[in-house]
Design a protein around this ligand. Structure first.
Ligand code: PGA
Length: 260
């Protein structure tokens, strides 16, 4: 795991956008794993700004979302497909047909989940997965206690997650109880995973993820078992890390030609 601690969300966004830009040069038909939530928004804004400057095209990019609510009506403004369209994919030249989300309106749950797994596989797999983290250490909608080798499936949200997400709805009652989410095993198949966290509310989850034991009680801790993970943090979210000084000195001594 590489831990990068930067002073602000905008510097985090630049670092991650640099990586995407570099990958796009090598592979214009990049397969991107996209996260919803508030944390990645500055990254998407930075990518859109660079696209508008003509620095790259997303015309051949394929994208996969991590998760989706179950049974929100098609086109509901808070469905994650709609959210990612609004905040990112409608703002650049990606083909909307190449942006995929798990289907939360399935009639056959098993078929729907396995066909999402197949779609990811047929694309060649996710090259770069952008991830946020919940304050309890969940990634995507893999709540505490999720199997560390789980695949795409239906999960029940905790009350904590429903309350956290109520800000996007009129009340907690409106937040669906069920979701379809890539499993921890599905996420672990990505070639490179970039987990981003900002703010003091994430400090404990970040410390458990990076320096705690690998445990289903902190689903993100499974990332310790991945061959290429970069955890990009601001000072506040890094504040509970015991080895902060080491991470900072390692990153500042990194050769300039070497990206994350
Ligand atoms: P956030 O959500 O980026 O809005 O904090 C992260 C998550 O719950 O996975």
């Amino acid at each position: 795991m590489e831990i990068v601690i930067l002073p602000s969300a905008s510097e985090i966004a630049k670092l991650v956008a640099d990586k995407v830009q570099k990958l796009l040069k090598i592979k214009p038909n990049l397969v991107l794993g996209l996260a919803t939530g508030s944390t990645p928004i500055p990254i998407y804004d930075e990518l859109v700004a660079r696209y508008e400057q003509g620095l790259f095209s997303f015309s051949k990019v394929r994208a996969f979302l991590l998760d989706e609510y179950v049974n929100l009506p098609f086109g509901h403004p808070q469905s994650y497909l709609e959210v990612i369209r609004r905040c990112f994919v409608n703002r650049l030249d990606i083909d909307p047909n190449n942006v995929h989300a798990p289907d939360g309106t399935f009639s056959d749950m098993f078929l729907s989940c396995s066909s999402y797994e197949s779609k990811i596989k047929e694309s060649g797999g996710v090259d770069l997965q952008i991830l946020g983290i919940g304050i309890d250490g969940h990634i995507a909608f893999n709540e505490q206690g999720s199997s560390l080798v789980s695949r795409t499936r239906v999960k029940t949200l905790t009350e904590r997650t429903r309350q956290d997400n109520a800000r996007f709805f009129n009340s907690t009652n409106e937040v669906p109880r069920h979701v379809v989410t890539q499993g921890l095993g599905t996420i672990m198949d990505a070639e490179h995973i970039v987990l981003v966290a900002t703010g003091i509310s994430k400090a404990k989850a970040v410390a458990n993820t990076v320096e705690g034991a690998v445990s289903a009680s902190c689903p993100a801790s499974i990332l310790q078992m991945h061959k290429h993970v970069t955890v990009v943090l601001d000072d506040a979210s890094a504040s509970d890390l015991e080895r902060q000084d080491y991470y900072r000195s390692t990153f500042s001594a990194k050769p300039s030609w070497q990206s994350i």
